[in-house]
Design a protein. Structure first.
Length: 487
């Protein structure tokens, strides 16, 4: 029959069903294994993510430790550099050996407050030592001075170890020096000479008017004259000797040489010129800008009675300015110097209704001073009368020059022990300006760095640092001593 199946066909159908069942079971097992793998992968990913987080935390901790170590190393390096700078400053190196000081490197932090205290204390000590180093002994000095300033304008003055260069720096300091010189020495005279291309030229003649010299130097500065050629010491000294030849015997004759070269190209024997300067009592002081030169040292020793202190070499810009300002004070007279009375005139200013010519500049003007001896008219004082050669000054000029003969004594700093022991009040005012004294204390303790009080030994009055500086630089009289009532 057709509907009836053979035994073989039935077996085949049964085998197919079995195969289908087995394949279905295999598919279920495959799906289960895939799900297990996914689950295992998720678990492994979670474990790996936890391990990564631990590693990142460890890395952050290590980086923080490295940053702290780096900060400590930088702080230690800064301290070492500051200590080295202090040592270098104590050794007083030259300008070209110093490092560039930037203002943002000087700003302090909380970590170095103790170092800032020490630096402030060192500055106060340096200021005090400079004040105490000034010699205040009364000596016989020549207050009527005739000075020639010789400026080196050779090729070496174009070097830039002094800002902006040597020549411009010398010009700026010379202008400031002339202003201060006539402020402290109003009855003196100055002349300026330049050394260039082996020749010596007169920049401004010998005169008692500071405006004449400042205008001449400002003209050189604005014209931007370039240093050129070589310098000749002999020609400069010979020209200075000629300018000082007609100076009166009662005036001191001085030459200040601002020299930036290491050699001198002279037409003859320079020692012959030096011996003539010694015979005419012309004293030479030299300030070097580069290094010590043997011939300069010999010149200063021969013309200054074997005193080597008149030849100095500047180590930097500030030192050069300080050396130049030392020339403001009159030189002490030599032993055995002869003294004579000097005739002077004290004219008064008169304003004329009609303009007339002055005898000093031959210019028309209405106002002026008339010589009491010859009735000649001059524009400004002090001056030597062009007609009768009488010295014409004002009484204030003489008074301003007198303080060099009787200098004011130095004020001494009040020690900290007097405040700590209660001998003097902790809070007090300056006798001059009536302001309270500042109390400089250490950061980590209540100890005083400095009392900031300076006491006069005669009147026992205390003054602040600003008033002390003003009294010794401008007033030259102690307000406490002057306020005493004489019985």
């Amino acid at each position: 029959m057709v509907n009836e199946l053979s035994s073989d066909e039935e077996n085949i159908v049964i085998k197919k069903k079995v195969k289908q069942d087995v394949s279905g079971e295999d598919d279920d097992e495959v799906i289960n294994t895939k799900n297990r793998k996914r689950h295992l992968d998720q678990l492994s990913d979670a474990e790996v993510s936890d391990e990564d987080e631990d590693l990142e935390l460890k890395k952050k901790k290590i980086e923080e430790q490295e940053e702290q170590e780096r900060i400590k190393e930088e702080a230690s390096k800064k301290k070492e550099e500051e200590e080295n700078n202090k040592k270098n400053q104590q050794q007083s190196g030259y300008a070209w050996e110093d490092k560039i000081q930037r203002p943002w490197d000087i700003v302090g932090t909380e970590d170095n407050e103790a170092l800032q205290d020490q630096q402030l204390l060192n500055k106060i000590i340096n200021i005090r030592d400079k004040k105490e180093a000034v010699n205040t002994t009364a000596l016989q000095r020549g207050i009527i001075r005739s000075m020639i300033i010789i400026i080196d304008v050779s090729q070496t003055m174009g070097e830039k170890d002094y800002r902006p260069n040597r020549f411009q720096n010398v010009l700026n300091n010379t202008i400031f020096f002339i202003e201060e010189f006539f402020n402290m020495n109003p009855i003196s005279q100055i002349g300026v000479i330049s050394l260039k291309d082996g020749l010596a030229r007169v920049v401004s003649p010998l005169s008692g008017s500071p405006k004449t010299h400042i205008d001449a130097l400002m003209k050189m500065k604005h014209e931007r004259i370039e240093p050129r050629g070589f310098a000749s010491l002999q020609n400069g000294l010979e020209l200075a000797r000629g300018m000082l030849m007609d100076v009166s015997a009662h005036c001191t004759k001085e030459v200040v040489l601002l020299y930036g070269s290491l050699s001198s190209t002279d037409p003859g024997n320079i020692m012959d010129t030096v011996n003539v300067l010694k015979e005419q009592e012309i004293r030479v002081a030299i300030i070097g800008l580069v290094a010590q030169v043997n011939v300069c040292e010999k010149i200063c020793k021969i013309t200054n009675m074997s005193d080597p202190s008149y030849y100095n070499v500047a180590m930097n810009e500030q030192h050069f300015s300080e050396l130049l300002m030392e020339r403001i004070k009159p030189l002490p007279l030599a032993e055995g110097s002869e003294f004579a009375l000097i005739k002077m005139g004290f004219p008064t200013r008169i304003i004329d209704s009609t303009p007339s010519f002055c005898s000093c500049h031959s210019k028309l003007n209405r106002g002026g001073y008339y010589c009491p001896a010859c009735n000649s008219k001059v524009c400004n004082l002090p001056i030597q009368c062009p007609s009768c050669e009488l010295m014409l000054i004002l009484s204030t000029h003489l008074a301003r020059s007198y303080h060099h003969l009787v200098p004011l004594k130095n004020f001494h700093e009040v020690p900290n022990e007097e405040i700590e022991s209660g001998k003097i009040p902790k809070y007090a005012n300056c006798y001059s300006c009536k302001r309270g004294f500042p109390l400089l204390k250490r950061v980590n303790s209540s100890k005083l760095l400095s009392t900031m009080r300076y006491r006069c030994d005669d009147c026992k009055k205390d003054f602040c640092m600003e008033c002390d500086d003003l009294i010794h630089t401008l007033l030259h009289n102690c307000p406490g001593c002057e306020s005493k009532i004489s019985m």
